[in-house]
Design a binder for this molecule. Sequence first.
Ligand code: BG6
Length: 517
Amino acid sequence: MEDTKALFPDKLTGITYKTLETCDVEIPRPFCLVVFGATGDLARRKLLPSLYRLAKNGLLPANFFVIGVARSDMERAAFRGTVRDAVQGALAGDFDFRSWTEFSHRLYYVKADYAQTGSYRLLKRRITDLEKRHGTTGNRIFYLAVPPDIYETVASNLGTAGLSREEKGYAHIVIEKPIGRDLESAERLNRVLRKSFEEGQIYRMDHYLAKETVQNILMFRFANSIFEPLWNRRYIDHVQITVSETLGVEHRAGYYDRAGVIRDMFQNHLFQLLALTAMEPPVAFEAEHVRDEKVKVFRSVRPFPTEEVGEVVVLGQYGKGAIGGQEVVGYREEDGIPEDSVTATYAAFKVFIDNWRWNGVPFYLRSGKRLASRKAEISVHFRPVPHLMFAGTLEGRIEPNTLIMRVQPDEGTSLIFQAKTQGTRVCLGTETMDFFYKKISVLGDYERILLDCMQGDQMLFVREDGVEQTWALLSPLLERLGSAAKFNTFPNYAAGLSGPPEADLLIQKDGRAWRAL
Ligand code: BG6
């Protein structure tokens, strides 16, 4: 990442910016970041390397420090060593000794028993001392990189210790999915959070929202005048939302086998993509307005039928197969997965949004592990032309226009259209207009999330009602599917294919087809 300009302060707001290759990034105010679960997987793989990269690229203020909190006894030097290994492991070539030394002077470690209020009193004292030393003026972020079953304990103990109070600066709490495993547990967690923190202090993150191309959905829809008039039931036949992965369950068997694909991918990432595609234009591009419109979409989703659920939902689990020419085992043979597991690793949904704009337009959603390719995209399939004046001269039918928003890989947008092929006869061919981002992203997902949280911008975070509304849709479905699971025929797709054959039928019976993976 190259500087093109030095830091520049805005005289009116007092905010300092730094210009990166393609955008100006606001430098946050001084802060203290407390990472609970600092020696765990999430902190080591994502969080701390992202923070280091921000520091290395000059995107953090001069005054900040980080306290790692975990259960084990550890000296500060050992903690720094752990973080250094993690950063080098995650960033390889992006590590340099000078910026690491500067960064490491800001790292501290506190041992804590998450359930003991005494630990939080000690933590508070440590924060207050270090705030004086680093001149950080009281802004605090508490990042819960701990297993979700202790979110409630940590959040309420922070409250009891007075650490959620915003006295001299802000106090933000960040939690990751899963936010509950059904409506009841999500509501309970939200209640516990709200006892200690205001909604404006709570950052529920969904890393899909930080992806450049996911943010582009709103820009594309609302900064261009030519698509919006067509963005409705009159011109759109259907929409497909796909997030397919080639990876299997990896090292997360314990979590995944309890969650399954609906909790892991649909309740959050796929529903967020659905909301951004279907929502009405917000009054302004501001967190509350955008989140209001997203919640309205969730409220308009037609509840899944409890009878004949197979008409709109197909589940799958991978068996053994091959990915990129390499043989891979089936889900039930993965380390830590029970050999009779009925957890779904694939799902396809047909969803209707019962509102004025979308009445009768199906949204087909699918996501799964160990599929033919890694791909996340939204494709908007327009209706065919109303009258085929070329009939009789052309064989076959004209392929309707399709707009494809590629979230990953090959980030960008394509429009499929028809054009005359050269020659004298009336002859049409399918062509594609393409836009590719030149570079993936200047800022990584976690870097953006950290910056937004420091700047107090909740646009990329999910609000309480958004979480609860999606669970309200999915909880009854999960219950229904749970009781039907004993009849299933898993595994029903081989690793490396595009999913179970029933998923093809789900869309084919409507006279449509999935885009190829
Ligand atoms: C996570 C899921 O939220 O998203 C994982 O828990 C999944 O199971 C991952 O692999 C996919 O994210 P990405 O950014 O690699 O598409």
